[in-house]
Design a protein around this ligand. Structure first.
Ligand SMILES: [Zn+2]
Length: 475
């Protein structure tokens, strides 16, 4: 059926003038005043509500988001202490293979967890609990046995002095999956609807080293319509390319694991290999040491390469800001972490480093493009909450972390309006010829920016089609 199109009447554009916007097919075809309604065209009275390009979340993990929906929360805000964790694991519904999967664990709940600790909480079923950072899995004894950790050789398997696995497994997501009962990639339709409800019409999936099954699952989710959002992939292996009309291959994700830093030569070889294939890199970098190593490895790998990005840049010493700018690097940051777990950072990180946390304002001032993102499910997904966090940088306790790094709500919104291939760069506009990936707000922009909130989102279009809104999940 040919779509008759949509006439968005009296929308506010660019936070300034008002106009009518015509959407035909999948694009914006006309902008003007008092545009005549065409036969069959649906009219939306915007009443001066802001019409924005759809938001792009520049770093998240779609399949982990889908898995999170089927998992037991093991960390704040749902679970905050040992008794809460015990209840959560005791009452958890196992999956079809009898496993219990927990997520979001952090040491403030019940300290460092190993197999013996988890056995006391849930001895009857295999249990695996993921750390909030995503870098660590903790397995009980049944899970350790089922995954065959005792005889396996993965370097991430933590062992006690006798050589027995402790149940703690670092940076071994893909490997662990191969040791678990086979599972089909989870459907993405619910996640896609939640993204749409927030106004997100494009995402960058930052999961490293996507295997053929994961790539295939993405292709099918996009082609079959389960995932209407545009999809930019950082985990496409070197030499491969993503296929499909709305799927693109992004920079090549390199994880500089803080649990075991790579050697300088190894890292610069990997960077050179990516650049040699025409791919910029996207380096996961959360410690000062990782950042210094990355900068040295980039220098060794060759001249600046357009599009190289630093993911997280959680700790940026002031003396490195100039280097980041000189190298033409861009940063994809997550101020949502400050709102979500800022108190933990402020407690665990030396006071003199607090100003280095998730820098934003100082990077921009130095000319570094900064893209915004959630890192969901590890950080809060709601982009409006992330924008607020960029503006206020307040932890749950009310303490402000790095007040000098605050930016305006407009700057934060603009970071979400930059396209997947240019995070923090060009700001997309509602314009003739642009794809009709649009977000209509209930209010004018100035009002929305005073108190960014998902409740302001009225209608979301992807390729000219309204995407069915579902209420965001609480929490
Ligand atoms: Zn991530």
């Amino acid at each position: 059926m040919k779509e008759a199109g949509l006439l968005l009447r009296d929308a506010e554009l660019d936070g300034a003038g008002r106009a009518d916007v015509r959407v035909t097919g999948d694009g914006v075809t006309e902008i003007g005043h008092r545009l005549p309604r065409r036969p069959g065209e649906q009219v939306v009275e915007c009443r001066g509500g802001a019409l924005l390009p759809g938001l792009c979340d520049h770093h998240l993990h779609l399949h982990a988001l889908a898995a999170r929906r089927r998992s037991v929360p093991c960390g704040p805000p749902q679970v905050t202490d040992h008794a809460g964790l015990a209840a959560a694991l005791r009452d958890a519904a196992p999956d079809e293979h009898g496993w219990i999967r927990g997520t979001g664990y952090v040491e403030s709940v019940a300290g460092d967890l190993g197999a013996a600790d988890l056995d006391r909480l849930q001895p009857h079923r295999p249990v695996r609990v993921q750390h909030r950072s995503g870098a660590l899995w903790m397995l009980n004894s049944r899970a350790v046995a089922a995954a065959g950790l005792a005889t396996a050789t993965h370097p991430g398997i933590e062992r006690d002095p006798r050589g027995d696995p402790t149940g703690r497994l670092w940076r071994a997501d893909d490997w662990l999956r191969t040791r678990l009962p086979p599972s089909r990639p989870l459907p993405l339709d619910e996640v896609a609807r939640e993204l749409a409800r927030f106004g997100i019409t494009a995402v960058t999936d930052a999961t490293p080293d996507l295997d053929p099954a994961a790539l295939d699952a993405f292709d099918r989710a996009v082609a079959g319509g389960a995932l209407p959002q545009r999809l930019h992939l950082l985990g496409v292996p070197l030499g491969a390319t993503a296929t499909g009309p709305r799927v693109s291959t992004g920079p090549y994700k390199i994880v500089i694991a803080d649990s075991s830093l790579p050697g300088l030569d190894d890292l610069s070889d990997r960077i050179r290999a990516a650049h040699g294939k025409g791919r910029p890199i996207a380096a996961h970098c959360v410690t000062r040491e990782a950042l210094l190593l990355l900068l040295a490895a980039l220098d060794q790998a060759g001249p600046a390469f357009k599009g190289d990005r630093v993911e997280h840049a959680a700790l940026v010493p002031s003396e490195t800001i100039g280097d980041i700018a000189r190298r033409g690097l861009r940063v994809v940051t997550q101020p949502g972490f400050i709102a979500d777990r800022g108190d933990d950072y402020l407690r665990d990180i030396p006071a003199e480093d607090h100003r280095d946390l998730y820098r934003y304002g100082s990077l921009r001032a130095a000319g570094v493009p900064v893209g915004l993102s959630s890192d969901a499910p590890y950080g809060p997904l709601d982009p409006w909450q992330v924008m607020s966090a960029a503006v206020h940088r307040r932890a749950r306790s009310g303490t402000t972390a790095g007040p000098a790094e605050r930016v305006t709500a407009l700057t934060a919104l603009h970071a979400y309006l930059t396209p997947p291939e240019d995070p923090g760069g060009r700001i997309r506009k509602v314009a003739i010829g642009a794809p009709a990936d649009l977000v209509l707000l209930h209010t004018p922009l100035a009002e929305a920016l005073r108190r960014p909130s998902v409740s302001l989102v009225r209608t979301v279009l992807i390729e000219g089609r309204p995407v069915s809104p579902t209420p965001p999940r609480p929490g």
